[in-house]
Design a protein around this ligand. Sequence first.
Ligand code: ZN
Length: 187
Amino acid sequence: MTANPYAPPAVDSRLGVFDPTGVWRDGDHLVWRLGAQWPDRCLRCNGPVTRRYRRELYWHAAGWYLVLLLGPIPYIVVALLVRRRTRIEVGLCREHADARTNRLLAAWGAFVLGLVAMVSGCSARGGSAAAQLLGGLALVLGGLVAVAVVGPLVRVVRIDRDQARAAGVAGEYLDDLDRGSGGAWRV
Ligand SMILES: [Zn+2]
């Protein structure tokens, strides 16, 4: 596609010109051609962006999880070979970026606190030691789960050779996309 010489210049040249045909909505999912620029709006509320994130996304077909039956090492090797990857740049408004940062800090705080409790439990005795070890373990695991939930900005549903789809984007954001303009998605 040749560039339109009458098109207005991009507001932020670092981001390039948004191509509305490269990103579209399919139900609750956002579908995009690999390499296409996403709308520069907050993923959570469609408001103005104050913080941007570059993310590498990975995906492989669910059937490959069966390799886990052979153990974690074979699975990791296979997953590294078969996974597809793509890069996106997305943004959040100040409010959602701050909320995310605070939740991540709280999650990592629980993780560190749990580690400290477990270390101190190792040098304690009797019931107090068991309580500190168990409480610490709960904090460590809870912190890791919270990081896994809060950390990802979008959830990758599928990455194909030329396009991908993601969930976890606000309805307002999806409403603004030209429905179906990019063509059908084949599963
Ligand atoms: Zn927002």
